[in-house]
Design a protein around this ligand. Structure first.
Ligand SMILES: *Cc1c(COP(=O)(O)O)cnc(C)c1O
Length: 331
């Protein structure tokens, strides 16, 4: 099967902002965009994106999961990058239109249609290192994706990094390209030196998140994850999992915790840890690497609470459990 995110629907939907107004949206081929070589995004990284999914239900209808939350975050990212603002309703209509166009191509569970809204500064102005782009392009790409766990779920190896940061603290809650470029060097180093799958960034000992996913710890009936602040990305999956955990009667503690507390709790049998994000949903962390030492989380294998929470979320997305929180939008 093709790697995640390498297959695209042949058309996307786009709208352009220029002279203080948004154009009508239009379906265009997705294999190219026209951009001046001096475009702001190419030099000064005025770019943000979103990742959400549409799911096919048993009766063939297609539903988008938590579209409102993703649109709100896209607006926030655009604002923090000083990209042109847009109405929620405009992006909502664009997403619905393109998902509807390819509704028949939406894979059945455990597959889905991954939706990638993207917003970039297009003004040709290389003198604007410290000024916003006055024009922009907003587009929505679609990529059908298969079962992330097709090879069987394995528990990840995660390196704890206390010295470096994923990105500048004031950029943490912006879903912007530069942040991934910033984390790539350390991640490649962790892979080659420690055979780690990911880095869990813990600046100054404060357990934060990995390069593209939030981190949760499960100790008995308690689920612990860093409290929201501006230094890290506020995942929609994180929020969904915490909501489901509360529904299941678990205690949810959104608070800061340190590497030492993490290692102490991880040593207890039955403790579980996981990464949360739209692509992989919830993936178990089996091993923590700290100062060249390896520590198992609980048994070191994928845990049953992680599987239960992931299944509960999938059941809502797949139309197998009631959508009590109003998370699904029919296209
Ligand atoms: C996208 C992302 C997440 C997960 O967000 P979801 O809304 O759950 O997909 C977490 N951390 C980072 C850095 C991300 O880019």
């Amino acid at each position: 099967m093709a790697a995640f995110g390498t297959v695209f629907m042949p058309h996307m939907i786009q709208a352009r902002f220029a002279d203080n107004t948004w154009s009508e949206s239009a379906l265009v081929p997705s294999d190219k965009i026209e951009l001046h070589a001096g475009a702001h995004v190419l030099h000064y990284s005025s770019t943000c994106f979103e990742g959400l999914k549409a799911f096919r239900h048993e009766d063939g209808s297609v539903y988008i999961f938590r579209m409102d939350a993703n649109i709100a975050r896209m607006k926030q990212s655009s604002k923090l990058l000083n990209l042109p603002d847009f109405d929620e309703s405009m992006l909502e209509q664009m997403i619905k239109d393109i998902v509807k166009e390819y509704a028949d191509e939406t894979p059945a569970p455990p597959g889905s249609m991954y939706i990638r809204p993207t917003h970039i500064g297009t003004e040709a102005a290389i003198g604007k290192a410290a000024a916003p782009s006055m024009s922009s392009l907003l587009y929505v790409l679609l990529s059908p994706v298969g079962d992330y766990f097709a090879g069987g779920a394995t528990a990840l190896r995660v390196l704890l990094e206390e010295d470096g940061m994923r990105c500048a603290p004031h950029m943490g809650m912006v879903k912007s390209g530069g942040n991934y470029a910033s984390a790539l060097g350390p991640i490649l180093q962790a892979r080659s030196e420690h055979q780690a799958d990911q880095i869990l960034f813990c600046p100054g000992g404060d357990v934060q998140e990995t390069g593209a996913a939030n981190f949760i710890l499960i100790d008995g009936n308690e689920i612990i994850t860093k409290a929201l602040d501006s230094t890290f990305l506020h995942g929609v999956t994180r929020n969904s999992i915490l909501t489901i955990a509360r529904d299941l009667g678990m205690t949810v503690s959104e608070r800061n915790f340190t590497v030492s507390e993490l290692l102490e709790r991880a040593a207890k049998p039955g403790t579980e840890a996981a990464l949360s994000g739209t692509a992989a949903v919830l993936t178990s962390v089996g091993t923590l690497i700290h100062n060249d030492q390896e520590f198992k989380v609980g048994s070191g294998e994928p845990g049953e609470k992680v599987v239960k929470l992931r299944q509960a979320l999938n059941n809502i997305q797949w139309g197998k459990s009631p959508d009590n929180h109003g998370w699904l939008t029919k296209v």
